[in-house]
Design a protein around this ligand. Structure first.
Ligand SMILES: C[S@@+](CC[C@H](N)C(=O)[O-])C[C@H]1O[C@@H](n2cnc3c(N)ncnc32)[C@H](O)[C@@H]1O
Length: 390
């Protein structure tokens, strides 16, 4: 598919060229992608970014690429929705063939694919046929670690329209989502099953990609029953149970969400050790687990509401019960980190949600009656933050 002498892709701006990822450069196993994400920042501070950029790249090109990032976001999301990567997984195809298969306008589809090929996603051969690059492999729906559903969410109207109203959040500190849609995201989802499905599938996609890398970094051998609080469709818990055959599990989430979990248990072959409990984590959660894991849950909520969730975990856990959070930890200063962009997403999408520093997690744990015992960085942007009930 890729030839050794193939040129690096680049954007061109006036006389300047800026190298982007070569589609041929690196194979993309899940671990490698997760590893790259660990220190990834799409918007590194100038002092950090300077050494990484070729000296010939002038500031206007850097800014042009960053400011037009939404072209890339929507292009990837549309290609993902059209399942382009699935259509070319075995044989490269022309835009005309793909337009026929996807019911789209061939000349426009060609322009989309040409643009994505210029960014390192897809590659066009001399016969005008488009093929997969290692990055595009992750847009297939049938590969382990597929990120297709996550890229669809990034272009979906819930996120897209809310981010279009970003200024509202900066001016008021309020979620732009609520201002656009007239209610909170988690109130909106049950009323809009299609949007809810897009979100839950994206979360599952993340869980199998980056969260599982985080979970792999932790030794679960001392835990007999693990409750995944806000566990969505159960992908994270299933992957943990798969590699810990002694363990049983409970997925706790809103009733309409956990309804989708048994299918995941079946897929992972853990249905005989796993059950669901529908409920509201601000009210109470069931007893019976010796550890609670919460992955990307606390970052959705303000300190006050996070405290309620953690206090309910505290009530549900036995003495010395363990609390495990899978979250990003915001580093000090200008250090590049995916957590800083994700933090803005929380500002836009949630009422009081945020990414937190180690000190902020420590304070939250203490107030909820846990001692923060360690923070384990992983090969993904997530860390495992461990606490013990005191
Ligand atoms: C950002 S998602 C994280 C999902 C999953 N833990 C993961 O990492 O993929 C937050 C989860 O919290 C759940 N949730 C929101 N409000 C809830 C509530 N009041 N009670 C229980 N679960 C809730 C959502 O349904 C969703 O599954």
């Amino acid at each position: 598919m890729c030839k050794d002498n193939e040129p690096q892709n680049h954007y061109q701006f006036g006389d300047y060229k800026m190298n982007t990822v070569s589609p041929c450069a690196t194979p993309a196993p899940t671990d490698a992608i997760a590893g790259d994400l660990q220190n990834a920042s799409l918007h590194p501070a100038p002092s950090e970014a300077a050494p990484a950029a070729p000296p010939s790249v002038p500031p206007p090109v850097v800014l042009l690429q960053m400011a037009t990032g939404y072209w890339v976001t929507q292009s990837i999301a549309v290609a993902a929705q059209l399942s382009i990567a699935d259509h070319i997984k075995e044989t490269p195809k022309t835009a005309v063939e793909l337009a026929e298969a996807t019911g789209t306008h061939a000349p426009s589809l060609y322009r989309l694919l040409r643009f994505l090929a210029s960014t390192g996603i897809f590659v066009e051969d001399e016969n005008g046929r488009f093929a997969l690059t290692p990055v595009a492999e992750l847009l297939r729906s049938d590969v382990p670690g597929s990120m297709r559903d996550f890229t669809i969410l990034m272009g979906h109207e819930t996120h897209w329209n809310a981010w279009g109203n970003f200024m509202h959040s900066i001016q008021t500190g309020e979620p732009a989502f609520d201002n656009v849609f007239g209610m909170g995201f988690f109130e909106y989802c049950p009323l809009h099953p299609d949007a809810s499905e897009v979100f839950n599938r994206a979360m599952t996609s993340l869980a199998t990609q980056t969260h599982a890398a985080a979970a792999a970094a932790y030794d679960f051998s001392g835990i007999n029953t693990l409750m995944d609080v806000g566990g969505g469709h159960g992908a994270l818990l299933s992957s943990i149970l798969k590699s810990n055959p002694h363990m049983r599990g409970i997925v706790f989430d809103l009733a309409h969400v956990v309804a989708g979990a048994p299918k995941t248990f079946e897929q992972w072959g853990v249905a005989d050790r796993c059950r669901t409990e529908g409920g509201d984590f601000f009210e109470a959660m069931p007893a019976g687990a010796d550890a609670c894991i919460l992955s990307m849950v606390i970052h959705d909520w303000s300190d006050d509401l996070s405290l309620k969730i953690l206090q309910n975990c505290h009530r549900a856990l036995p003495e010395n019960g363990k609390l495990l959070l899978i979250e990003t930890v915001v580093p000090e200063g200008n250090t590049p980190s995916a957590s800083k962009g994700l933090d803005l997403n929380m500002l836009v999408m949630t009422n009081g949600g945020r990414e937190r520093t180690a000190e902020e997690f420590d304070a939250l744990f203490r107030k909820a009656g846990f001692e923060l015992t360690r923070i384990l960085p992983t090969q993904s942007p997530m860390s495992v933050i461990e606490g013990v009930k005191i």
